[in-house]
Design a protein around this ligand. Structure first.
Ligand SMILES: Nc1ncnc2c1ncn2[C@@H]1O[C@H](COP(=O)(O)OP(=O)(O)O)[C@@H](O)[C@H]1O
Ligand SMILES: [Mg+2]
Length: 264
């Protein structure tokens, strides 16, 4: 479904701040595969997503999505079939528009302007059904502006919007990290449900080592712009957080600097 071959990204080339954030990364995802991504601060996880989504051009390598070479495709085109949810709940929705307006926009994603569905009665019924899945009571608040919602509610809505039209690839970048623990748990469960039900090919960055093993069927660990571990199958089934940390320290030659990864 997704194939990265030798993808490199360097920031500030030629300056003293030159930083190779991705170093010849290879990665293949099967259709419907749910992969968790871990690694310390600055490992290159977000850069990986930014290169896949087209926010950044890469200087070397190739990106294939569903058989299509998207290496040089502009971001706005890729956004039609790549769903993204960021850490910041303010990013994914338009706060000054109502819930139903936001959802209608998500429903029209990838379609030419003339064909985009408006907020029709038929749509609203469908959108209400989808909203009810969130179990947050938002289906009764369709005319409320999104700015009235809590961070967790917005993030759940963003997730629903990112998957309303089935994306070829879903990218989740620590999408629950800014939420209160209780709602974070709920959004993670919702993530699991949506990914499984829709069989979505998904990459999910998390700082939570436990979650990285509990969700999906495969875990990759990044360090210094490289994928240093790729755990799946039987190895994944028997992996524990302790083993994961030990292997990380062995392969990266550094201790996990990030307490956050261990504590949560
Ligand atoms: N826009 C940018 N300009 C310059 N350097 C960047 C930029 N984005 C990321 N970097 C650098 O690239 C490296 C990887 O960053 P990032 O992908 O954000 O790491 P992670 O998400 O794993 O914490 C870091 O050293 C970071 O400082
Ligand atoms: Mg990041």
């Amino acid at each position: 479904m997704l194939k990265l071959a030798g993808v490199s990204k360097t920031f500030s080339i030629g300056s003293i701040n030159e930083k190779r954030a991705l170093d010849r990364v290879d990665l293949s995802l099967k259709p419907g595969e749910f992969v968790t991504v871990i690694g310390g601060n600055g490992a290159g996880k977000s850069t990986l997503f930014n290169c896949i989504s087209g926010m950044y051009e890469i200087e070397e390598g190739q990106i294939i999505l569903d058989g299509m070479d998207i290496t040089n495709q502009p971001e706005y085109k890729r956004s039609r079939y790549i769903g993204r949810v960021f850490q910041d709940p303010l990013k994914g929705t338009a706060f000054d528009m109502t819930i139903e307006q936001n959802l209608a926009i998500a429903l029209g994603k990838g379609q030419p302007a003339d064909f985009r569905p408006g907020v029709t009665k038929k749509n609203i019924k469908y959108l209400q059904e989808r909203l009810a899945l969130l179990d947050l009571g938002l289906e009764d608040r369709m005319k409320d502006k999104v700015g009235l919602l809590s961070g967790g509610q917005r993030q759940a809505l963003t997730l629903l919007m990112a998957t309303l039209v089935k994306p070829k690839l879903l990218l989740l970048d620590e999408h629950t990290a800014a939420l209160d623990p209780a709602i974070a748990k709920k959004v993670m469960e919702l993530t699991r449900q949506l990914v499984e039900k829709e069989n979505l090919s998904t990459l999910m960055i998390t700082h939570n080592m436990k979650a990285s093993l509990e969700f999906g069927t495969r875990t990759i660990m990044m360090h210094d712009g490289k994928i240093i571990m790729d755990i799946k199958g039987e190895e994944r089934n028997t992996m524990t957080v302790d083993k994961l940390i030990a292997q990380f320290e062995k392969r990266s030659g550094t201790a996990l600097e990030n307490d956050r990864m261990l504590l949560s």
